[in-house]
Each structure stands twice: as C-alpha cells, then as structure tokens.
Design a protein around this ligand. Structure first.
Ligand code: IPE
Ligand code: IPE
Ligand code: MG
Length: 240
C-alpha cells in the first residue's frame, strides 16, 4: 500500500505523559494540542487528504468537571489560534459528533470555521468531539427511521440497498473510511472511535504517548502501513 488517504488518530496518553513529567494533566492536554497541530501539518506534507482527530469521546464526560472544562477551553483556543493559518495551508475543518451537547458559543465557533474553510481542498481535518461510534450509528438509525416514515413509498427500495443506504445517514457520509487508525499510549482498543467506518481500517498501535508523537513516529506508522496487504475479503492477486 502507498500513502493512506485518510488517517484517524486516537490521541491517547496525555495524562500519563503529564504524570511522567510531574505535571498537571492539563499540561499533558496542552502539549497534546500542539502535537495535534503539528500532525495535521505533517499530514498535509505527506499528501494525506483526510485526518480525523479523536479529541473528546461521548464517554469522556465521565471525567472530573475541571478536566472537561479545560479540554473544551483548549479546543476553542486551538481553533481561534490556528484556523487562519490552516485555511492558508488549504485545510478544511469539519466537526463530527453530537453538536447539541456543546456550549452555544463553541457551536457558533465551529459553524463559523466550517463555513470559512469550506472551499479549502488540500486536506480535510475532522474534529471528532463529543463523538461516539455507537452514538453515531444510533443517531443514523433514528434519521433513517424518520426518512422512511416521511416517505413510506421508498421503504422497500431503501431496505433492499442496506447497508449502503444506511451509511448516508452517518455524520459525514462524504468522507471515505479511514485507511489507517493510529492509537498512541499502548492501549489496544478502539474506545468507540469510528465503529462503522473502521470495518477494514488498518490498525496501528504504538506505546508512544500522544504528546511524544513526532515526525519519526508518524513516518514509522506510514512505513508499517505501506507494508500491509489489504484484501477487503478478496485475494492478494487476482488470477486472470
Ligand atoms: C487523551 O489523553 C485525551 C483525551 C481522551 C481527551 P488521556 O487524557 O486519555 O490520557 P491518559 O490515558 O489518562 O494517559
Ligand atoms: C479515547 O481515549 C478517546 C480519545 C482519545 C478522545 P480514552 O482515554 O478516553 O479511552 P479509554 O477510556 O482508555 O478507553
Ligand atoms: Mg486515555
């Protein structure tokens, strides 16, 4: 395989990084945000077209209120500080998740940035915030159900073409599924990230903590991806 078109990052290990450095967890998140920014830049340089950053899961609300508050503050600051420069670099910024759970101010900021960056076409950066794969599938199911109720005449046709019809009701149906999912920090799980879209993604796990994830780590992941053989249920070579 060559270069992945879409990479999703499960940016994990900020808290452990902070602990290693005897810092507050918030400092780990702040360093993590810098690494996220650098990673998007590197991705553009490497010719990657879509980058999903899993920044806050629907389960992360379980964390202490001050940590949750800090994470959202950091997200707003990140967007305010970097949007202009990202737009200049051709980065389109998109949001994926349950928007309604966010503060009205953050919702406004996100909508504004999505509109401002709409025509950028070098790379799409997808921010998965208040995102959960199960929630995305449940929300999609409800929307499909509503569509069927509004147009019962199309029911048979839509049901006959499942799962393709269903995919159109996910949050960002125009974005191709991730070719590669990179999770840092040594945990080997998906933690509700892109459950539907990851069906045939290559998974890459590294012990490196997210704040230490640098160009060398990134290139190692790309190299490993280039050695993988993706079959999608078929065979390596098609006998002619
Ligand atoms: C990832 O780092 C950031 C978020 C999930 C928001 P963690 O905060 O999960 O770091 P660890 O897992 O505690 O080290
Ligand atoms: C996954 O990290 C979610 C994000 C990176 C946003 P977590 O730290 O929340 O995952 P678990 O709890 O270890 O599975
Ligand atoms: Mg974690």
């Amino acid at each position: 395989m060559g270069i992945p078109t879409h990479i999703a990052f499960i940016m994990d290990g900020n808290g452990r990084w902070a602990k290693q450095h005897r810092l507050d967890r918030s400092e780990g998140h702040a360093k993590g945000a810098e690494v996220a920014e650098a990673t998007v830049r590197l991705s553009a340089d490497r010719g990657i077209r879509y980058v999903t950053l899993f920044a806050f899961s629907t389960e992360n609300w379980k964390r202490p209120e001050n940590e949750v508050h800090f994470l959202f503050q950091l997200l707003s600051e990140y967007l305010l500080e970097h949007t202009e420069e990202m737009i200049k670099k051709g980065v389109r910024i998109r949001f994926m998740g349950r928007m309604k759970g966010l503060s009205p101010a953050l919702q406004d900021l996100i909508r504004r940035i999505e509109a401002q960056s709409f025509s950028c076409d070098r790379l799409q950066m997808i921010l998965a915030v208040n995102y959960g794969g199960r929630q995305e599938i449940s929300d999609g199911f409800l929307r499909l159900h509503e569509a069927l109720n509004n147009d019962p005449g199309r029911k048979d046709e839509m049901i006959a073409s499942l799962p393709e019809t269903f995919e159109r009701y996910l949050y960002l149906p125009d974005i191709p599924p991730p070719d590669l999912i990179i999770r840092t920090s040594g945990e080997k799980r998906i933690s509700n990230c892109l459950l539907w879209q990851s069906a045939y993604s290559e998974l890459y796990f590294t012990d490196t903590l997210w704040p230490d994830f640098d160009e060398k780590c990134f290139d190692e992941a790309l190299k490993e991806y280039s050695r993988r053989k993706r079959r999608f249920g078929g065979l390596d070579e098609h006998p002619s």
